[in-house]
Each structure stands twice: as structure tokens, then as C-alpha cells.
Design a protein around this ligand. Sequence first.
Ligand code: ADP
Ligand code: MG
Length: 277
Amino acid sequence: MGLSGIFTRPFQRTETFQGATLGQVIAFANQKGGVAKTTTTLNLAAAFKEQGFEVLAVDLDPQGNLTMSQGMDPDTVERSMFDVLVHGLPITEVIVPGEVDLAVSSIDLAGAELALSAMIGRERALQKALLPVRSRYEYVLVDTPPSLGLLTINALTAADGVIVPVQCEYLSLRGLVQLESTLSMIRENLNPTVEIRGILPTMYDSRTLHSREAIEMLKENFGDLVFDTRIRKTVRYAEAPVQGSSVLKYDPRGPAAEAYRELAKEVLNGATPRKHA
Ligand code: ADP
Ligand code: MG
């Protein structure tokens, strides 16, 4: 039996509350490492920004790859998302302006799971931290660690939508089912409206049968939930962060940048920036 029945693909637009437009929170999740969560968070954020949207990226991974990919060293960061989640520091204190605004991670964040586990409201720390900036940003993109622990649960609880990058080479449908069952629990207990926005095939190589078969399998199981955009395999995605930049800045005219512009179009689904003529 196909799995598409348990997924739905919503196209909700930005909600409004007391006249203020709240930014959409999108989490990038897959408990498997190396599937391009961080790469997708940064480059989609850069593509949104290029379109004129106000974007905040949040690094919720103790490894701090997103922070590094903007040219910062998470080992020397003094205050980070750890202080925000565990000590209630305002998130504005850890936002560093760059290509996009980035709430930084540090190695301390590795201790956040344990520190949070003893706190009341431990699953809602991120949701609460984002409240004061939800009207300032139109999109808040949250990068998560490769696990389904409390940090990822915080991201899923704060999120309106989830984008799931999957690597076409080592496709794990079991991993995706596990992610969906975590999401079901989140929906039941913490955040009834969170939905999967789409599954993003990454590291796609059209020359290999294996890659093409992986796409087929995703389509069979998840149907329309699979984005039309395919992120091809190219070394550009690894080169850009070494220069502290997104691929849109590193190689603006190249196909790697173009792929994330295409994804941005799919995710935006016709939405336009609220200001900027
Ligand atoms: P995750 O955050 O899921 O662990 P990353 O975004 O860090 O994954 O990507 C893992 C590695 O693969 C990184 O070195 C990154 O530069 C590289 N990478 C990401 N996307 C691609 C791609 N489309 N083609 C080739 N390499 C990629
Ligand atoms: Mg990562």
C-alpha cells in the first residue's frame, strides 16, 4: 500500500493574527545525516531573500554547520540558540546579519537536549522564542540535527510546515515513515496543524539508474508530496560554504543556484513579498 494517504500537502498561506502578518516557520528535517538539510536551509533562505522576502535562518544543530556555512566559527560563538532555548535569552541577541539573518548555534547546544528535558514546556522553547520575531520575518527556516530528539521536536512544534530533504542515493523509506510517525505524535500533542510541505530529492544524478529509481520510489509512495524540483549532485554545494556563502552568492548564474530558485518558486506557490515595490 502506498504511503501517500497518510500525508497531505497543504498550501496554506501566511496566517494573520490581530492584523499582524506572521511569518511562516519551515523546519528542515530528516533524522538521517548528510541528506542536504543544512544546504537546503541556507540556499532556500538565500533564494527567498533574493525574491525580496524578510528571512531568518535558525541553526538548531549543535554541529553548527549552518553557522559555519556563513563563515562563523560555532566554537567561538559566545551566545547561541542554547542560551535562547535554555535560559530564555531573546533570540534577537543571537541573530547575526549576513546574507540572511542567522540565529547561530554553538557547541553548547549539544547540552540543550539534556537541559531542556528537565524543563516545563521543553517542547515549546523554540516556538516561544520565535514569537517576538514572527511578525518581523516572512519566513523563518529552521535547520535541525540528524536525530528526532528534543531539538528537532522543538523545530516541529514551532513549524507551520516541514520540508524533508532525501538523498536519492541511499533512500530510506523506513526513515521517512519514522519521521512521519514522530510528526503524527507532534500533531496529536503539540502542534495540530504542522504538515509536510514537500519531500525534496537531493544529490540527484540523472545519469544513474539508481537515482532515477529512487525518484520513482518516492513518487510511488508519496505522490504529489514530492517536489518537482530535483537538486542535482554537484560539488558547488560543498564549495560555497567554504567561502562562507550560499551557492546563490558563490555562483549566482550556475545551475546549482538555479535549482534552489526553482524550489523557492515551488514553496512560495505564488506568494509575494509584503513590502519592497
Ligand atoms: P545535512 O545537513 O542533512 O547533514 P548537508 O547539507 O550538510 O546535509 O550536506 C552534506 C554534505 O553534502 C555537505 O558536504 C554538502 O556540501 C554536500 N551536499 C549537499 N547537497 C549536495 C548536492 N546536491 N550535491 C553534492 N553534494 C551536496
Ligand atoms: Mg546539517
